[in-house]
Design a protein around this ligand. Structure first.
Ligand SMILES: [Fe+2]
Ligand SMILES: [Fe+2]
Length: 132
């Protein structure tokens, strides 16, 4: 847990980190032999993260991983923190509206849930390794 908070703090420190995270996730997925659809999910998985997400949002988001019910309650509404906590669901909606396949939509929606398929495991691994 503390490791993830430190990792998150380091990640937020650099400019353009979100774009780099998206392209790096996609690059790792390609390296792992993922097909194009999975690579697309890798590029889009965090697209709904608010651009004005602050460090404390991310740190609190990591810490809230241990209390899903509190997390769910805080994820309602339109505040930056709510949109950050809810970015997987919102990102999946955006992808669906943009015409992404059901597989891509589902991968984005579930990318902060415990991986249940080989696709989800690959995306979770690339997502993790794409953090500096
Ligand atoms: Fe995410
Ligand atoms: Fe991510």
């Amino acid at each position: 847990m503390l490791h993830r908070v430190r990792q998150t703090a380091r990640y937020v420190g650099s400019a353009g980190a979100d774009d780099r995270h998206a392209t790096e996730t996609a690059r790792i997925l390609r390296q792992l032999g993922a097909d194009e659809e999975l690579v697309v999910a890798g590029i889009l998985h965090d697209a709904a993260k608010p651009v004005n997400t602050l460090l404390w949002h991310r740190v609190a988001g990591v810490l809230l991983g241990i209390t899903p019910r509190v997390r769910a309650r805080l994820a309602r509404g339109e505040s930056t923190f709510a949109r950050y906590l809810d970015h997987a669901r919102r990102g999946a909606e955006m992808a669906r509206e943009d015409g992404a396949s059901e597989r891509v939509v589902r991968l984005i929606a579930r990318h902060h849930s415990r991986p249940a398929t080989e696709d989800e495991r690959l995306l979770a691994r690339a997502d993790r390794e794409a953090l500096p």
